[in-house]
Ligand binder design. Structure first.
Ligand code: GDP
Length: 191
């Protein structure tokens, strides 16, 4: 691979309700850090990251776009979705409403994005419910969406699914990697 910077460039978009952790997932992916109190008005808009898919011997450049605070206006335009190969549809596992609202975010994606786009449902903030029995004592919020329920909905909708934590870093890179593998698979199959 000498001299090769990357083999593919893929655009990813990150959608979901405000405060589910979209910017935090992006910062974790690109900068390996977590901000406990990010400025909500200054959402991170863009980040890029090189990932390697070893079994393919390929380097992929991910260009990731976050909705950066525009969720409440529902003003996300077609241009945001244009050319996207992957989408992270994020909800907060401790906030049931954010999971229910994922349906309308998915409808938006389906309306505006390429029909072949790979979408991965990401249940974020699992660090808040890692130990359910002691979570109340530790002042942690309780899980409001079970893994099984989310997995079932993801299956029904043909979405990939993972639970993650931008705070601990668990499964963040893995979420992007799974979606990337799925996209490359479609490329190979000529989809
Ligand atoms: P966005 O509006 O969807 O971009 O959400 P942010 O990334 O701004 O995060 C909203 C709040 O949730 C912030 O206070 C973050 O620090 C917090 N947060 C984000 N991800 C996680 C996570 O995985 N675990 C925990 N405990 N808090 C998180």
């Amino acid at each position: 691979m000498a001299g090769v910077q990357w083999h593919y460039v893929l655009k990813f978009i990150i959608t979901g309700d405000a405060a589910v952790g979209k910017s935090s997932l992006l910062v974790r992916l690109t900068d390996q850090r977590f901000l406990a109190n990010p400025d909500p008005t200054l959402g991170v808009e863009f980040g890029s990251k090189l990932i390697t898919i070893p079994e393919e011997n390929k380097i992929v450049k991910l260009q990731c776009w976050d909705t950066a605070g525009t969720e409440s206006f529902r003003s996300i335009t077609r241009s945001y979705y244009r050319g996207a190969a992957g989408c992270l549809l994020v909800y907060d596992v401790t906030n049931r409403q954010s999971f229910l609202n994922a349906r309308s975010w998915l409808a938006d994606v389906r309306e505006h994005a390429d029909p072949h786009l790979t979408c991965i449902l990401v249940g974020n903030k699992i660090d808040l419910c890692s130990d359910e029995s002691s979570s109340a004592a530790a002042g942690k919020r309780k899980r409001e969406v079970s893994t099984e329920e989310a997995e079932l909905w993801a299956q029904e909708e043909g979405l990939l699914f993972v639970e993650a934590s931008a705070k601990s870093g668990e499964n963040v890179e893995a979420a992007f990697e799974r979606a990337t593998r799925n996209i490359l698979d479609k490329v190979h199959r000529g989809v």
